[in-house]
Design a protein around this ligand. Structure first.
Ligand code: SF4
Length: 351
């Protein structure tokens, strides 16, 4: 059992993060926020895939003003990604945003910071402080001799946290993202000893689906296994729906969340006598349509197949141009290879 680190609970729209709440899956739209129609379509796709919080880039006032129109058409909480502008932060709050991602130390004068923080407090909108290795302040870089270190990232986060706390604002979440696993993990571990605010975890610029999935699984997997992380984002150079799929598999693999069907399959070998690779791919694709908390196994032969199948709710065991369908460890029927998928799907529907 993974023992999660205790963090402060904060509310984002109608969901809670931190405390004992499930680790929430986040993603970010890659549409132009000013294009309300396209952005709404993508948010709905993300929601269908299991995204629970979605972030949008707010580059200008037109994007900020689009938030209200977007909010009316979607259900999941929205986070506005704002870099420096107090005006944009104030506008998205007026438009009904659920969370701000802004670093208070980057807003400018203390008056501007106060305006943003007071408005957020009045509307009960939490703020995420997001430290990225690529954008550390000059002072911190100087202190660490021009190097971006985990200590420097944590120090930067603590400075922003203190600005908010001085204004008696405590609905805070924090992220510390670097593009490499080592610094990211070290930074989150250091920060988790210094603060109880919920942590949004991710490896930034992790890469394309193949590399990004590996890097994120190792980095986020390590943190989650050590109880760190209250929300999770897998950053991929891909359709953001893929980020959500990978995030869910990471959480499911660690037993931290349950969602939909879990598919296990064997790697195939010289004993396999059916086209198991394409069958397993088809089963996996079809299972995305079932919202059942079950485990299915696709196995190539009777040597290891039945053992694995005993652990699964439903299983296919390949034979010679045919296969067995098993349910809770018992053989249900033998089916020709060309009918295996259809027959298996019937059993999943019934289960
Ligand atoms: Fe080979 Fe059978 Fe194991 Fe699959 S289950 S890898 S076919 S021995």
């Amino acid at each position: 059992m993974i023992k999660r680190r205790k963090t402060k609970k904060i509310k984002v729209g109608d969901i809670f993060i931190g405390g004992d709440n499930p680790i929430a899956v986040q993603s970010m739209c890659n549409t132009d926020t000013r294009d309300v129609k396209k952005t709404v379509v993508q948010i709905k796709q993300l929601e269908k895939a299991g995204c629970e919080i979605v972030r949008l880039a707010i580059p200008d006032m037109v994007a900020a003003k689009a938030i209200g129109k977007i909010k009316k058409q979607i259900k999941i909480p929205l986070v506005a990604d704002i870099h420096f502008s107090a005006d944009l932060a104030l506008e998205v709050m007026r438009q009904g945003i659920d969370k701000l991602r802004i670093n208070p130390g980057n807003i400018g004068s203390i008056d501007k910071i106060k305006m943003v923080v007071w408005e957020a407090k009045k509307r009960k909108i939490p703020i995420r402080i997001g430290i990225n290795s690529g954008s550390l302040g000059k002072e911190i870089l100087k202190k660490y001799r021009g190097k971006v270190t985990a200590e420097g990232m944590v120090e930067s986060a603590m400075r922003h946290i203190k600005i908010l706390e001085k204004l008696k604002f405590y609905d805070i979440a924090v992220s510390l993202k670097a593009s490499d696993i080592e610094r990211t993990v070290e930074a989150y571990k250091l920060l988790s000893k210094k603060t109880k605010y919920p942590l949004h975890i991710g490896i930034t610029e992790a890469g394309t689906i193949f590399r990004g999935t590996i890097v994120s699984s190792i980095g986020l997997g390590h943190l989650l296994y050590n109880g760190i992380g209250d929300t999770i984002r897998v950053s991929l150079t891909a359709d953001p729906v893929e980020e959500v799929r990978v995030a869910w598999e990471i959480l499911k693999s660690l037993g931290l969340r349950k969602r939909g069907v879990t598919v296990t399959s064997c790697p195939t070998c010289g004993r396999t006598e059916i086209d198991l690779i394409s069958l397993a791919k088809q089963v996996e694709a079809e299972m995305a349509n079932f919202n059942k908390d079950i485990h299915v196994a696709v196995m190539g032969c009777v040597v290891n197949g039945p053992g694995e199948a005993r652990e699964a709710n439903l299983a296919i065991i390949g034979g010679k141009k045919a296969g067995l369908i098993m349910k809770n460890g018992e053989i249900l029927k033998k089916v020709d290879e060309n009918k295996l998928l259809a027959e298996f799907l019937k059993e999943v529907k019934k289960y």
